[in-house]
Design a protein around this ligand. Structure first.
Ligand code: SF4
Length: 647
């Protein structure tokens, strides 16, 4: 399995050993903490606004500040920004963000501590013209890039400037697309082409990133990058991030799911949480993620994994059989914990996606209606929604056996008992309890669904090991991934749960999710986190997906306000992906995954896209919202929003 290796260990926490890269006075890599960074959203030519925003970011805990340099004049202005920051007592390393403009990179590399280039557009403009390259043509292209790239490498060497080779899914060159497609492999090769040039010049102050707005693609690309670097004897540090993650809860969950999945396996030397919000708001989220790996205590020892059936670079969901409505082709189920409540009444279900209409005596069901609730030893004395199942402690269930109530068993009850439910029984189990005897029994029981729990703060590797053991035993029983949390704020819960459970869903493991988090927010926020994890891992789509960039100095409209406005009109369009991007330079490429795109092309100019195709060019901001809605309607993706109680 060594050709699939992407981290030091799958069964103990071990941070990957990467070489140290010097970025001003804040080095990164082996032996140093995982660094936190972000990017300004101001106009780079507005020195004071950029300085003030940078200070807000630094005060919040940002260790590197990235600033866009779209052309030579912005690159030159980095000197003024740097001077002003220094005058105010801030020596935080600055990073110039470069796309398309090698000249700007060469100037910036003499001023700031690090430059970021995108190998997809450093020396290439996308023409979408050539789809086949002969080996000769391909080599000639590499030679052309080498000539264009070498001056920058030499300047970086001379000035001691570091460099990030930052590949983005969706902005790969025509050359790479022709040979590898828009795939994790294409992303990795795109970076390796540039990396080999650096290596040939003996320049090693390099950091790498493989970002995508799709966390699955992002995770696979980073893993593959490490695998390929190991093969070529390289150990450059990794900058982790999910691009265009969006805002609010969705943005946090998506980022945590992608970044956290990699951190759990010991990958990552610096992170950026990319939200469509003020950059200083990204820092606390990044801190929650990183703090879990500072002085991390490892989980209980788990066995070495000799045969790993999980393919780390491709998505292949685990095959399971169906038990009632769990497993097989069913979407992953959401189970909520109500055991900690004093009373359960009809109002309780309002937070879980169900609305009771008194007059009609019926339940309304939303897209975020959970599938099961665990009520422990309590009873429910009213008519429950038709799509809801109740999980009840076995000791209570066996005496009442009410309709759509199913027993929750511990291992002893399961091994000792009989007369269980004829269709569905939920068995709570941990990795330590999974003996060969238990595997044989559950393999022969068509009514059992496992609820996989862990007592470890970092239980992902242990839970993954559980899945591996079952897969290797040929056992296809459905498994609900369960985690219990206490004393966490809702934002911490979002980040922790997305990391712990998301890392499993990314690998196609899990037939449902159960977050027991009484006291960590409202039922509404816990339920929403569970659905958010499934949405971000693309295993159950229940919402509109917004791929919105965080904005930067290239943005000529208020991205946050625009995103909020578009969201208010479209958030009922389940499964539709809408890209809202600040600029034409990177926007279209980086929203590669979107069904519709709203992209800034100049002052008061918006261009609308259907997929990657331009539909309306340079329309005014005033017209753009309506035109986008019309575009969605014309393509049959529009539904009128549901009106509930006159609202
Ligand atoms: S897509 Fe957004 S964040 Fe990226 S360069 Fe353009 S405006 Fe800046």
């Amino acid at each position: 399995m060594s050709d699939m290796k992407y981290c030091n260990s799958l069964n103990t926490y071990s941070r990957r050993k990467s070489r140290v890269v010097h970025i001003g006075d804040i080095p990164m890599g082996e032996g140093y903490p995982i660094r936190i960074q972000s990017m300004t959203t101001t106009n780079t030519m507005d020195t004071m606004a950029t300085v003030k925003q940078s200070i807000r970011m630094i005060e919040a805990g940002c260790e590197y500040v990235r600033i866009t340099a779209p052309s030579i004049k912005e690159a030159e202005n980095l000197a003024n920004i740097k001077r002003e920051l220094k005058n105010r007592g801030y020596e935080t390393p600055l990073i110039a963000d470069i796309h398309f403009t090698p000249n700007a990179a060469e100037i910036a590399a003499r001023i700031v501590e690090k430059v970021r280039i995108n190998p997809g557009n450093f020396a290439d403009r996308k023409k979408f013209e050539q789809i086949e390259y002969t080996d000769l043509e391909y080599d000639a292209e590499i030679q052309r890039i080498k000539e264009r790239f070498l001056p920058l490498v030499k300047i970086c060497k001379e000035y001691g400037t570091a460099m990030r080779i930052g590949t983005n899914h969706g902005s790969l060159s025509d050359r790479i697309l022709s040979r590898y497609g828009d795939t994790p492999l294409g992303m990795v090769e795109s970076a390796l082409e540039f990396l080999r040039i650096c290596k040939s010049e003996n320049y090693h102050e390099i950091v790498l990133s493989m970002k995508s707005s799709n966390p699955l693609v992002m995770v696979q690309a980073y893993r593959l990058l490490v695998n390929r670097m190991d093969f070529e004897g390289m150990n450059y540090p990794l900058h982790l991030g999910v691009t265009e993650a969006g805002e609010g809860e969705d943005g946090r969950i998506k980022s945590a799911l992608g970044i956290g999945s990699l951190l759990e396996d010991g990958l990552g030397d610096t992170i950026r949480v990319s939200l469509t919000e003020e950059p200083e708001y990204e820092i606390p989220v990044a801190k929650i993620l990183v703090d879990r790996y500072t002085d991390r205590i490892d989980h209980e020892p788990i066995l070495e994994i000799n045969i790993n059936p999980i393919l780390p670079f491709e998505y292949h969901p685990r095959k399971t059989h169906v038990v009632l409505n769990i497993g097989g082709e069913n979407v992953p189920r959401v189970i909520n914990d109500l055991t900690f409540l004093e009373n359960i009444n009809k109002q309780t279900f309002l937070e879980l996606g169900y609305t009771y209409f008194d007059k009609e005596d019926k339940w309304g069901i939303s897209d975020l209606a959970c599938d099961y609730v665990d009520i422990g030893k309590k009873e429910i004395d009213f008519k429950i929604p038709g799509t809801l199942g109740i999980i009840q402690a076995y000791s209570v269930w066996k005496n009442s056996k009410k309709d759509r109530h199913y027993p929750f068993l511990n291992l002893q009850e399961y091994l000792d008992g009989m007369n269980f439910h004829p269709q569905l029984n939920i068995l709570r189990i941990t990795y330590a309890q999974l003996s060969d005897q238990v595997i044989i029994k559950i393999k022969n029981d068509p009514t059992i669904v496992l609820l996989l729990d862990t007592y470890n703060e970092h239980g992902m590797a242990e839970q993954r090991q559980f899945f591996i053991k079952l897969i290797n035993s040929g056992c296809t029983v459905p498994i609900i991934i369960s985690r219990a949390y206490s004393n966490l704020k809702p934002e911490d819960l979002q980040v922790h749960a997305s990391t712990d459970m998301g890392a499993l869903f990314v690998d196609g493991l899990g037939d449902g999710v159960y977050i027991a988090a009484g006291g960590c927010g409202t039922l509404l926020s816990v339920n929403s986190t569970a659905f958010g994890i499934l949405q971000a891992s693309r295993t159950r789509i229940t919402k509109t997906e917004y791929i919105s960039c965080p904005s930067c100095g290239r943005t000529l409209f208020d991205l946050q306000e625009t995103t909020a406005r578009i969201r208010s009109r479209t958030e009922h369009l389940k499964g539709v992906k809408i890209g809202i991007m600040g600029c034409i330079v990177n926007g279209p490429g980086e929203m590669a995954d979107a069904d519709y795109g709203y992209v800034g092309t100049g002052l008061d100019k918006i261009t609308l896209y259907k997929g990657q195709e331009v539909v309306s060019k340079n329309i005014s901001t005033k017209e753009a919202d309506e035109a986008l809605i019309q575009l969605i309607k014309d393509n049959g993706d529009w539904e009128e929003p549901e009106i509930v109680n006159g609202r």
